[in-house]
Design a protein. Structure first.
Length: 252
């Protein structure tokens, strides 16, 4: 099977299913795997894709939905995913595994997923409901997507912008003055594609009054382990939980 994977979040799934050698084209993924680059996250070169003669094309999220429709209309075999919550992720793994003939490998990943979820849930008893602000982007400030918000709560924290669990980034833009009013005790940052600069947060008007800023509790979570809806988000959630446990113990 020849796969063109335009969704970076699906690439680790294919890799961990032991089928990365079947990917003949995709978008940039940090040079970790070798395949022909046929576009960006929102734009693709259809002629280059056609030349690769893919048996299937994987796309994902609302940002790629239009591209998926256009490719399908031109006769390509397209499978589009749109995981929004943590519960959607094992379903994505299962579907990819079934499509590429790696069902047993998918079952192994899914079992580990649920075992890890249970471990995290059990450990959350050691976290004192710490208030968390998670920033996905800085300009404008954007709060976290649903699966990250769910991950914060799974880890034992409280997402101060839980009410903004929206799919589209523009629906999650926050007012920096509202962050001040929410008084988060910990801030996590994961600016996808942009280097994190702590001073940019520290210089925001009024932010010295935020407990997390005042106490230096600002932490970066690698985007590939939290912002991409695949099984590896549990790595980021476990990091969040470790920080929340440390803060809880320090406050006691």
């Amino acid at each position: 099977m020849r796969i063109v994977c335009l969704a970076p979040e699906i690439i680790p799934i294919i890799n961990d299913l032991g089928a990365i050698n079947r990917v003949v084209g995709g978008v940039y993924y940090g040079g970790r795997w070798e395949f022909k680059r046929v576009g960006t996250y929102t734009k693709c070169n259809k002629e280059e894709i056609k030349a690769l003669k893919p048996d299937i094309i994987f796309t994902s999220t609302y940002l790629q939905s239009q591209m998926a429709k256009e490719l399908a209309s031109e006769g390509f075999n397209v499978v589009h995913f749109n995981p929004l919550s943590l519960s959607d992720i094992p379903l994505t793994v299962k579907t990819v595994g079934e499509i590429i003939g790696r069902i047993r490998e998918a079952d192994v990943i899914i079992k580990k997923w649920y075992d890890t979820i249970e471990d995290i849930r059990n450990m959350s008893a050691n976290v004192g409901r710490v208030k968390v602000y998670f920033e996905e982007w800085d300009d404008p400030p954007i709060s976290c997507v649903r699966w990250v918000s769910e991950g914060i709560e799974l880890a034992g924290g409280v997402d101060v912008f839980r009410d903004l669990r929206k799919e589209k980034a523009e629906e999650r833009i926050v007012d920096i003055r509202e962050v001040v009013r929410k008084k988060p005790e910990v801030i996590f940052v994961s600016w996808c594609g942009k280097r994190f600069k702590r001073e940019k947060l520290m210089e925001r008007e009024g932010w010295q009054d935020i407990p997390a800023v005042r106490e230096g509790r600002i932490f970066r979570v690698e985007p590939e382990y939290i912002l991409q809806p695949n099984h590896r988000v549990l790595v980021g959630i476990k990091k969040i939980q470790r920080v929340l446990m440390e803060v809880s113990h320090a406050c006691c």
